[in-house]
Ligand binder design. Structure first.
Ligand code: MLT
Length: 432
């Protein structure tokens, strides 16, 4: 494993079955799991493995894309704090940064914008695939199918060992996501698609393709900025479930379109990308600020779950949630206050004040405010995860590109502990 700080530290392990001792080198606070294989009782044993359901304590790669310090609530893309990126950079700059490793110059950004715009025409295969879906099908199912359909037009995408081809396909995927997503929205509404407008920003173009009712539709700058920041906040989040999916599928040298479709599938789960929809449902089910104390009592008694609070990696405030608090304010000033906001604010106030919640690290996460904002912007809850997927695509393709260029990586192949029956005899069907 490449390491930033050379170290001579070791972890000493003693196997009580045999008395065998092992010194495993410590690198970046990890030990190589393969080193455990040396621990055997018999010479022909397979060797010791580590057991880690859901890989909660397993590092599967080195990465230089996203840094998270969950204890301190820090999130950085390529070393840049998320707060500064949200405030000072557009989502297009963030995409470039995730992919290329640094922020673009003005010239690079202009060129990149033109390049992305050039990739936004949608093929017949995509249009026909979408036409096959009933209008009330789940938008994430449609999006997944459209990404696969877009890939069918890109036979060269299979050249995953060619870095230049990888970079080209990564940009095409990022460029096409808002177009495919807007097609999904309009199909569900029974509306004709809107042609992309290269004069607009990534976020502005997307909002126009979704909401334009006529040619003279203009995008409100407050909503455009909110959409842009929301995309940025979702840009990458290191080895989360959908990104790990991208890496696992990509490790088999699958086309990035198929791998990205698998990531969309992972994201569609309510435990991952669907969480903000669940927050909205929760706020609606509480119904009023007066009903909050009774609800919180249920949470304390473990009879109800506080959706949108707590995170697997953040043990303090999710930094993305802090930024969203301000965005919510800007959007609601324009669109009028979302009636569920009062309930959300009061829930947050109680959770931040009470030891019960603080001791369990139940701080608001990115999903807590994003659903409220999306709803106020005019999006339906079922569609929220599609917005997450658009924002996350640059992260998926950057992580995939990094994986494919990493000489330490191989096809992903975890092990298991087999606890089932062995060596049974197959009786003929009539004798069972
Ligand atoms: C994400 O942004 O992917 C979610 O917060 C989930 C995660 O990081 O595990």
């Amino acid at each position: 494993m490449p390491q930033d700080t050379p170290s001579n530290d070791t972890l000493h392990v003693r196997d009580s079955r045999t008395g065998q001792e092992l010194a495993l080198p410590i690198t970046n606070d990890t030990v190589p799991a393969m080193g455990l294989r040396q621990l055997k009782v018999q010479d022909d044993d397979f060797g010791m493995l580590s057991y880690d359901p859901a890989f909660k304590n397993t590092v599967s790669c080195t990465s230089r894309i996203t840094f998270i310090d969950g204890g301190r609530g820090i999130l950085e893309y390529r070393g840049y704090p998320i707060e500064q990126l949200a405030e000072r950079a557009s989502f297009e700059e963030v995409i470039w940064c995730l992919l290329e490793g640094d922020l673009p110059s003005r010239g690079q950004l202009d060129e990149f914008h033109a390049e992305l715009s050039g990739y936004q025409a949608i093929s017949d295969t995509v249009a026909k695939t979408l036409a096959g879906f009933p209008r009330d099908a789940h938008p994430m199912s449609m999006l997944m199918a459209l990404v696969v359909a877009a890939g069918a037009q890109e036979p060269d995408a299979r050249n995953v060992r060619d870095p230049a081809e990888r970079r080209a396909q990564a940009k095409k995927l990022v460029a096409r996501m808002p177009v495919l997503a807007a097609h999904v929205w309009r199909h569900r509404k029974g509306l004709a698609p809107v042609t992309p407008d290269p004069s607009l920003s990534y976020a502005g173009n997307f909002l126009r393709m979704v909401f334009a009712e006529s040619d003279d539709y203009t995008v409100d700058p407050v909503l455009e900025k909110a959409m842009d920041v929301l995309f940025t906040l979702h840009g990458d989040h290191e080895q989360n479930c959908s990104t790990s999916t991208m890496r696992v599928v990509g490790s088999a040298e699958a086309s990035p379109y198929n791998a990205a479709a698998a990531s969309i599938a992972a994201l569609s789960g309510p435990l991952h990308g669907g969480a903000n929809e669940a927050v909205l449902k929760l706020l609606a089910s509480i119904g009023s600020v007066e009903a909050i104390p009774a609800f919180m009592e249920k949470v304390r008694n473990r009879e109800a779950k506080l959706m949108g609070f707590g995170h697997r990696v953040y043990k303090s405030y999710d930094p993305r949630a802090r930024i969203l608090g301000q965005i919510a304010h800007d959007v609601f000033e324009l669109t009028g206050r979302n009636p569920l906001l009062d309930i959300a604010v009061e829930l947050e106030r109680i959770a931040l004040a009470e030891d019960y919640f603080k001791s369990r690290n139940l701080y608001p996460n990115v999903d807590f405010y994003s659903g409220l904002i999306y709803q106020s912007m005019g999006f339906e809850p079922e569609y929220f995860t599609v917005l997450f997927a658009i924002g996350r695509m640059p992260g998926w393709v950057s992580q995939w590109d990094e994986l494919m260029g990493d000489s330490e990586q191989k096809i992903a192949r975890p092990r298991q502990v087999y606890l089932g029956e062995r060596q049974r005899t197959v009786a003929p069907v009539d004798e069972r």
